[in-house]
Design a binder for this molecule. Structure first.
Ligand code: FNR
Length: 387
């Protein structure tokens, strides 16, 4: 019933704001410092206009997009998001099942609160995203665990050399370790649906949530994790560690957070299979270039790597603009986590359907049969004149 009023991905946000305690909503919505990257991630799509073509028979159009040998039903997937299980009961499973049923990829976060083994058991095509420290022994142990669990695609996020400056978390009362303050208790108490659906059910069936997936074994509980200690060695991570990971991981390897052509070239030389161009949803270096702006340079440096991107995608038209600029595939973050918070699996399914139907409709309106047929010749800068 709640989902009937959700007509666009952006409609999930106000619904999630009503359902979630303020610190948790703020953790999803927020970014770093003055939010300049966050704003540009959205704004940049408005700088380009379509040049549609007509009188093309588009009756046999298809969104099927091939990605690492898999035929996905749409050219988008679900980006990795930490602590999803605080937002929805078993949030990672919710996202993974909805993606599995829709035949699109879902990337499980390394900062998740559900054991990675459970997710891959239920949704074997899920990808795993790791935060790895510059410590060869820990790298080996975690990579081996991810492989043993049965994941076939590993995503290494490289843009968290240290935590971004997320003042909004301080203002809204979110922190890790999560402090069970009076304020949080009050905030939960006035949102009984969240308290009941998510928190009580979790505590009852699984106990206190733990960071399950940053180590070879279970990590610390969410109310005790010492972020400084966990992040301690991430700022050591360098190219030699990437070489180690490439050597040890036999499946597909993707590097997430690339924004520079030279880095893309080097990543390619290291034998990596794909990159996700991303500024982490504006949550890390504020003022970092938007993935959309960085796409052309990265694409031309990427050789035969698969080039994916995320950040600010909210409409089917955004998906197609990103593909016109060189993306082979895109990922969407926040809206799907809001959807999980609001409507669990049905919510995420609804979100996937909305975006899919927008992509399909826009293919027809643009005059193309398939997403990978969209090119620069379909775009013009707003204010510019077609060649
Ligand atoms: C993230 N992101 C992220 N990225 C990652 O590699 N590992 C992670 O654990 C997380 N955690 C996380 C939590 C939350 C709540 C958000 C919103 C984001 C970044 C994410 O994968 C992606 O890059 C951006 O969210 C994409 O931008 P949009 O679609 O949210 O605008």
């Amino acid at each position: 019933r709640r989902l009937r009023s959700v007509l666009a991905l952006d409609d999930f946000e106000p619904a999630a704001r009503r359902k979630l305690p303020r610190p948790l909503f703020g953790y999803i919505a927020g970014a770093a410092e003055t939010n300049s990257s966050l704003k540009d991630n959205r704004g940049v799509f408005g700088e380009w206009a379509f040049r549609p073509r007509y009188l093309v028979d588009v009756s046999r159009r298809s969104m099927v997009t091939s990605l690492f040998g898999r035929e996905c039903s749409a050219p988008f997937g679900i980006a990795p998001m930490g602590i999803s299980a605080m937002m929805a009961y078993r949030g990672d499973l919710v996202l993974a099942r909805a993606a599995r049923d829709a035949n699109i990829p879902m990337i499980m976060s390394g900062s998740s609160l559900v054991p990675l083994e459970e997710v891959v058991r239920e949704a074997p095509d899920s990808w795993f995203q790791a935060y790895l420290p510059g410590e060869p022994a820990r790298i080996a142990a975690l990579v081996d665990r991810v492989a043993a669990a049965g994941f076939r695609t590993l995503v290494l996020t490289v843009d968290v050399t240290t935590m971004g400056n997320r003042e909004n978390n301080v203002r809204s009362g979110f922190s890790t370790p999560l402090k069970p303050t009076l304020r949080l208790a009050w905030d939960g108490a006035i949102r009984p649906r969240w308290l009941w659906d998510t928190m009580f059910r979790t505590l009852r069936h699984h106990g206190m949530p733990h960071f399950e997936n940053s180590y070879a074994t279970r990590g610390a509980p969410i109310i005790a994790r010492n972020v400084e200690r966990d992040f301690g060695a991430r700022d050591h991570l360098n190219w030699s560690h990437l070489a180690q990971i490439r050597q040890r991981w036999k499946g597909k390897l993707v590097v997430k957070g690339i924004l520079h052509g030279e880095d893309a070239r080097r990543v390619h030389e290291e034998g990596v299979d794909g990159v996700i161009v991303s500024n982490h949803g504006g949550r890390q270096l504020d003022g970092a270039i938007s993935a959309f702006r960085a796409l052309p340079e990265v694409k031309s440096a990427a050789g035969d790597m698969v080039v994916m991107m995320d950040g600010g995608i909210r409409r089917g038209s955004d998906v197609l603009k990103a593909m016109a600029l060189g993306a082979d595939f895109v990922f969407v973050g926040r809206p799907f986590l809001y959807a999980a918070a609001v409507g669990a699996e049905a919510g995420v399914r609804h979100g996937i359907e909305i975006l899919s139907s927008e992509v399909d409709r826009n293919l027809a309106l643009l005059g193309v049969q398939r997403p990978d047929e969209v090119g620069m010749h379909h775009l013009v800068r707003v204010g510019g004149v077609p060649p």
